[in-house]
Design a protein around this ligand. Structure first.
Ligand SMILES: CC(C)(COP(=O)(O)OP(=O)(O)OC[C@H]1O[C@@H](n2cnc3c(N)ncnc32)[C@H](O)[C@@H]1OP(=O)(O)O)[C@@H](O)C(=O)NCCC(=O)NCCS
Length: 137
């Protein structure tokens, strides 16, 4: 599967045309009930040659040096092809470039936990079903 990953930052027409369906889809909401946008997030978007969104993940750098990965989602037909893994790696590189001290995510997904542990993330907080995983840079 050929795809590219774009980093969207400006909330312009292209941003809403590209991500509008993702934000409003009831199917996405079922799997990402806390999905929201914040103006200080950057969105990494995997797109096929026709501009269809295959997967998404957001990035936000906090003042305390934590780079947060949130709202990670790959559309069902495109799962298990490494898209999420690629979006994670890109955000780790962005965090390093930004001088972040750590990369962090909160998840209840076992798939995400297993995968991030392979990338050396450690669980730092466990609260009911939610785990906070962190990679020190
Ligand atoms: C979790 C999710 C983002 C993974 O996306 P993906 O593009 O399919 O993931 P990748 O192909 O990059 O796979 C990453 C790893 O997870 C494993 N994996 C992916 N889907 C899996 C599944 N259904 N069962 C078991 N392992 C799975 C892959 O084998 C790969 O393993 P590796 O670490 O050994 O390489 C996707 O399943 C999804 O959108 N789920 C619903 C929303 C969600 O749970 N988001 C996470 C919120 S924190």
């Amino acid at each position: 599967m050929e795809y590219k990953i774009e980093v969207l930052e400006k909330r312009d027409k292209y941003f809403y045309c590209t991500l509008g369906e993702f934000f409003s889809s009831p199917d996405v909401r079922k799997e990402l009930p806390y999905l929201k946008d914040e103006y200080d997030r950057k969105w990494l978007v995997a797109l096929d040659a026709d501009g269809n969104v295959l997967g998404v993940g957001s990035y936000k750098l906090l003042k305390n040096g934590t780079a947060k990965m949130q709202s990670d989602y790959v559309f069902p037909n495109y799962r298990r092809q490494g898209i999420y893994s690629k979006i994670v790696d890109m955000r780790i590189n962005m965090a390093k470039r930004d001088g972040a001290k750590r990369v962090q995510t909160v998840t209840m997904s076992q798939i995400v936990m297993d995968h991030l542990k392979e990338k050396n993330f450690k669980i730092v907080i466990q609260r009911s079903k939610y785990n906070t995983l962190e990679l020190n840079l």
